[in-house]
Design a binder for this molecule. Structure first.
Ligand code: SF4
Length: 373
C-alpha cells in the first residue's frame, strides 16, 4: 500500500469511486460539516500519503479492536488497517518477539505517527501488570507517546479507566491522559468505541492536519456534543409520560421510554442515535435496552438499572417550573429554578414530569440546570 492514496488503496479492495465519494459524504456528515466539505475530504484522501500508527493494548477486553475488525462498511477497516499502515498492533500483528519490538522501535525513531491506545494503564504491583520485554505499562506508553504527533485513547478503559478502574481498582488502573501531558490526547470513550467515530477522527486529522475540537473531557464534539436523550427516537414517549416499567410489558413491546428501567440517556453524551453500531444496524436503546452511559466517566459505578439523576443533568427547558408538586420542592430548588427563569416552558415536559412524579416508587426531584461537563 506504500505510495498509494487512500482512494487508490481502497480501490484495490474493490471499493468503487462512487462508494468512496459516499464514504467521504458520510464522514462529512458524522463530522457535522457542511455538504461541501465532502469534496475537501475526498481531495485530502486522494493525496498519496502513509500515516503510520502504533496501536498499544493494555487492560481491556479487545472490544475496540473487535469492533473495528468486524466493521463491514467499505473502507472503514481498509482505511485504518491497510492505508494508515498499522506498524504495531499487539493483538493482530503477525510478527512476534524481537521482530515486533524492532518494528515498533523503528516507528518510534522515525516519529510522525498516530498512537492509538486501547485499555487502561495499570500502575500497581511495581509495573508487573501488562509488562512486555521487561518494561512496565507506564514505560511502554510514555516511550510510544514520545514521538507521536497525537494520541487517541479508544474505548472507555483508555479514556477514563473504565471497568478495570472500578472500585476497588485492584491494579491501580488509570486513563491514558494521566501519563501523556505534553501532546494532544483525544478520547473516544464507549464500550466499545464506535469505529465510525475513529474513522471520522482519522479523516479529520488527514484532511485538516489536526484533531477535531474536543469538550473538556477530551472527547470530539462531533461525536459527543449532544445528549442521547435529546436525539432519542423514544423521546416522544418520555415527553408523553409513556414508560416501560417491566421488561416485556406492554410499554416495552410498544417501544416506550426506558428511563424507569435505568436508561442513562439523559446523562450521556454520544452520537449513538445518529450513527448506531454495526454499520448502523442497531444500538442499545433501539434494541430495547436502556443506555448504560458507557461513554461517560465511571459509568460502571452508576449501576445499569439505577435511574439517572435528572435533577443534576436534564435540561431545564424540558421540565417547566410550573405545576410542580409543592411537597417535593425545597428552598434550594426554588432558588435554582429562579436562577433559570425565562427559559421556555414546554407543556410536554410538564406532562413527563407529572407522569414521573405520580407513578411508583421515588419520583425524581425537579431538574434545575444543564450541568454538561
Ligand atoms: S430516557 Fe432513555 S429511552 Fe427514554 S427518551 Fe431518554 S434516552 Fe430515550
Amino acid at each position: 500500500m506504500n505510495g498509494l492514496s487512500i482512494q487508490q488503496a481502497v480501490a484495490t479492495q474493490g471499493v468503487s469511486r462512487r462508494d468512496f465519494l459516499k464514504f467521504c459524504s458520510m464522514m462529512a456528515g458524522v463530522l457535522a460539516m457542511p455538504r461541501g466539505y465532502a469534496d475537501r475530504i475526498a481531495n485530502a484522501l486522494a493525496a498519496p500519503r502513509r500515516t503510520p500508527v502504533i496501536w498499544l493494548e493494555f487492560q481491556d477486553c479487545a472490544g475496540n479492536s473487535e469492533a473495528l475488525l468486524r466493521s463491514s462498511r467499505p473502507t472503514v477497516s481498509e482505511l485504518i488497517l491497510d492505508v494508515l499502515s498499522v506498524d504495531y498492533h499487539e493483538t493482530i500483528m503477525a510478527a512476534a518477539g524481537e521482530q515486533a519490538e524492532d518494528a515498533k522501535q523503528a516507528s518510534i525513531d522515525a516519529g510522525g505517527y498516530l498512537l492509538v491506545v486501547e485499555g487502561s494503564i495499570p500502575t500497581g504491583a511495581d509495573g508487573a501488570y501488562c509488562c512486555i520485554a521487561g518494561k512496565s505499562a507506564i514505560q511502554l506508553l510514555e516511550e510510544a507517546a514520545s514521538n507521536a504527533v497525537a494520541v487517541i485513547a479508544i474505548g472507555s478503559c483508555a479514556a477514563f479507566g473504565g471497568v478495570p478502574m472500578t472500585s476497588p481498582n485492584p491494579t491501580g488502573a488509570a486513563p491514558v491522559s494521566s501519563f501523556v501531558t505534553d501532546k494532544p490526547v483525544l478520547n473516544l470513550p464507549g464500550c466499545p468505541m464506535n469505529p465510525v467515530n475513529l474513522s471520522a477522527t482519522v479523516v479529520h486529522f488527514l484532511t485538516f492536519g489536526e484533531l477535531p475540537a474536543m469538550d473538556d473531557l477530551g472527547r470530539p464534539l462531533f461525536a459527543y456534543g449532544s445528549r442521547i436523550h435529546d436525539n432519542c427516537p423514544r423521546r416522544g414517549h418520555f415527553d408523553a409520560g409513556e414508560f416501560t416499567v417491566a421488561w416485556g410489558d406492554e410499554g416495552h413491546r410498544k417501544g416506550w421510554c426506558l428511563y424507569k428501567m435505568g436508561c442513562k440517556g439523559p446523562v450521556t453524551f454520544h452520537n449513538c442515535p445518529a450513527v448506531g453500531y454495526n454499520d448502523n444496524t442497531s444500538w442499545p436503546i433501539k434494541a430495547g435496552h436502556g443506555c448504560i452511559a458507557c461513554s461517560e466517566p465511571n459509568f460502571w459505578e452508576l449501576g445499569a438499572y439505577n435511574r439517572a439523576d435528572l435533577q443534576k443533568f436534564a435540561p431545564p427547558a424540558t421540565y417547566a417550573p410550573v405545576q410542580l408538586p409543592t411537597q417535593k420542592v425545597d428552598p434550594a430548588t426554588v432558588g435554582a429554578i429562579g436562577a433559570v427563569a425565562g427559559i421556555a416552558v414546554g407543556a410536554a415536559g410538564v406532562a413527563a414530569y407529572k407522569a414521573l412524579s405520580k407513578s411508583d416508587e421515588e419520583a425524581p426531584a425537579p431538574p434545575v440546570g444543564n450541568t454538561k461537563k
